[in-house]
Design a binder for this molecule. Structure first.
Ligand code: ACO
Length: 383
């Protein structure tokens, strides 16, 4: 009898495609181009809400009252600064450290500074979530300045998270429309049910490890180009294409070479990514304001060619890439900006996981050799 004969073959779906790995009340991704946060349509939220409200909703299940919202925003603003040891650590990293690696290392190092670290109760988890949501933006902005051998700037508690991010990177408070635009982008990226990084966070949380461990796992997972890293890679592609007229030919060449095109395809969406129309509109608006009107038509020509050739839809990262460029963020900040928003979703999922926990531990399908007897080592040259 072989080792595999002792049990029936388990069902297997490569990449866990189509597998329901848990329940959640936080977010629903509708394969037919829809997205809801706790029952609220993302399109309505992007138009009417601000990011702080959305973060509160994801964590607490309901939209805040005016007082709850003000209190939550103040709590976030009060938690932004980093321990000086974390700033010192970032100064020790090699200058070419990628901002996502800085962020992951920074989140990990923040853990022992949190007085609630090993308390996974609901209340302690919400307190940790507020600290993490507040500090991730600071890790990104301070890390970026340190990497450029510039000093981090002091926090501006009078600014929202979006406004503070611009200020901390550039030293300038941008126009109100720019802050509003960033808020909308943050809302679009805030959660997406069991995407790879959130799932990684939930797996870590399910061992009853702490929220910082879970968010560290999530940061590591987001970095990959098949997930959050796609918005940095998409910009390299658009830079190479340069003009709308070259987009179709570029895509045909890339498809002929069987290349994976960044910013296209999605595991769940088959009738379009719900976030794309809003991100595309932001891109058009920014194109007019900045005079860089080539980027969105390049994306649209790529989309049309991909639809015709492979029936694959664009995902949000295709349009996020030029949007971030037109907002004057360096391309290596594209994925960290995604993280600045998604940390709200990660934390909400950790809270939900630990409030009703069961260890996440799937099976694998063994495909190795059948049982065989141990053989004592012999010399490989036969001597
Ligand atoms: N470029 C070219 N072909 C693609 C692409 C792509 N971007 N995406 C999927 N395909 C092809 C596959 O090669 C496959 O073709 P085949 O049937 O001839 O082998 C077919 O479409 C089905 O694709 P799957 O591999 O089953 O898609 P899967 O669900 O495993 O992967 C993923 C989804 C990882 C997003 C994939 O589409 C991809 O790699 N996209 C590029 C990276 C990217 O943009 N990631 C961002 C995702 S959204 C986000 O994280 C915010």
């Amino acid at each position: 009898m072989s080792t595999t004969d002792t049990e029936t073959k388990p069902a297997y779906s490569p990449g866990l495609a189509g597998v329901v790995a848990g329940e959640t009340e936080i977010c629903w991704v509708d394969p037919n181009a829809g997205l809801m946060y706790r029952g609220y349509d993302i399109h309505e939220m992007a138009e009417k809400a601000n990011f702080e409200e959305v973060a509160y909703l994801l964590l607490n299940g309901e939209l805040p009252t005016i007082e709850q919202g003000a209190h939550f925003s103040q709590a976030l603003a009060a938690e932004r600064s980093l321990p000086k040891e974390v700033l010192e650590m970032m100064r020790l990293l090699p200058q070419n450290t990628h901002p996502m690696d800085m962020l992951r290392t920074g989140v990990s190092m923040l853990a022992p500074f949190d007085p609630d670290l090993n308390d996974n109760s609901h209340g302690a988890n919400i307190r940790k979530a507020i600290r993490l949501i507040a500090k991730v933006t600071t890790l990104i902005a301070d890390g970026y300045r340190i990497r450029r051998r510039e000093n981090p700037l002091p926090e501006r508690p009078d600014l929202t998270m979006a406004g503070n991010l611009f200020y901390k990177l550039s030293g300038e408070v941008p126009a109100a429309w720019k802050i509003r635009m960033m808020d909308t982008i943050f809302i679009l990226y805030a959660d997406h049910e069991f995407n790879a990084s959130t799932f990684a966070a939930r797996v870590t949380a399910s061992t009853l490890a702490d929220m910082y461990a879970a968010v560290t796992s999530a940061c590591g997972t987001l970095k990959g180009p098949l997930h959050g890293g796609a918005n940095e890679e998409s910009m390299k592609m658009l830079d190479e294409i340069k003009t709308p007229e070259r987009a179709e030919g570029w895509m045909m060449d890339a498809l002929a070479k069987k290349a994976k095109i960044m910013g296209f395809g999605h595991r769940v969406y088959k009738a379009g990514d719900s976030r794309v129309p809003i991100m595309r509109e932001i891109g058009r608006d920014l194109g007019k304001r900045s005079g860089k009107e080539q980027w969105i038509p390049i994306c649209e020509n790529l989309e049309a060619t991909m639809e015709r050739e492979k029936k694959l839809c664009a995902n949000v990262d295709l349009y996020a890439a030029p949007v971030f460029t037109m907002l004057e963020f360096a391309p290596e900040l594209n994925t960290p900006i995604f993280a600045a928003s998604r940390v709200a979703g990660w934390c909400a999922h950790v809270v939900e996981q630990q409030d009703n926990n069961r260890l996440i531990r799937p099976r694998s399908l063994y495909t190795g050799p059948a049982a065989r007897p141990y053989k004592a080592a012999a010399s490989s040259n036969g001597a």
